[in-house]
Design a protein around this ligand. Sequence first.
Ligand code: DHB
Ligand code: FE
Length: 292
Amino acid sequence: MAKITASVYTSHVPAIGAALDLGKTHEPYWKPVFEGYEYGKQWMKDNKPDVIFLVFNDHATAFSLDMIPTFAIGTAAEYQPADEGWGPRPVPVVKGHPELASHIAQSVIQQDFDLTIVNKMDVDHGLTVPLSLMCGQQDPLKGAWPCPVIPFAVNVVQYPVPSGQRCFNLGQAIRKAVESYDEDLNVHIWGTGGMSHQLQGARAGLINRTWDNQWLDMMINDPVACAQVPHIDYVREAGSEGIELVMWLIARGAMSDVSGGKVTGKVPKLAKRFYHVPASNTAVGHAILECQ
Ligand code: DHB
Ligand code: FE
């Protein structure tokens, strides 16, 4: 049987991708950001998954405002890095896992979550920056990401966006789906985006360290309470783009301590926690949880 053994959480700032691609990681501004991921990069080598289920948001790159799926699962064999205006990032193509992705789609839709099936999609910084942070730079042609990736896109760009509670419930359905796949696969689930940031309007540049760290505490230790945080709190406290954090609750809901909407098992082991400001306009948060 396939199994979700761990979850990874990380912000996805585009300027981090540019710093990596332009060789700026040792500059004083960026050094502390990348140091925060040294543990995670080694952890990825020591705990290599067979598949990564990567929850991210598209930023009007693959989906324009013409069509906005709330939840979209990638069932393709591969995904090209997107051109977001400066040419595609020089990173390897992302290989998918069509068999497991199709199985998860079937199971999750039967559990009453309506997913959009995506057979062709370019992936933007929301997906490639977390991969680069956790796996390091790879040669775009000769290199490869360590394993297949199932992209799972969540609409957090255009309201109405899904609630934290719905994301948390969806994570539980994804865990059930993975556990009913008839092949021994070690699956990691990643929740990406966040933490506090606002890119527009009068409060552009907003960062809220206190709220971010309290939210992280709750996400890790009391996910049931965290799932109940309403949209307005994210927007008020963490800025308009802070709403990206609801995606972390999909990964948290897929951990083995959660079942039937409650914490019934052993809280996962916190292998890493990191928080840093500044990085472009965003507070960078990162955590790794291992199922016990
Ligand atoms: C920034 C952060 C984001 O999440 C994003 O999608 C675009 C830009 C930033 O901090 O600049
Ligand atoms: Fe973003």
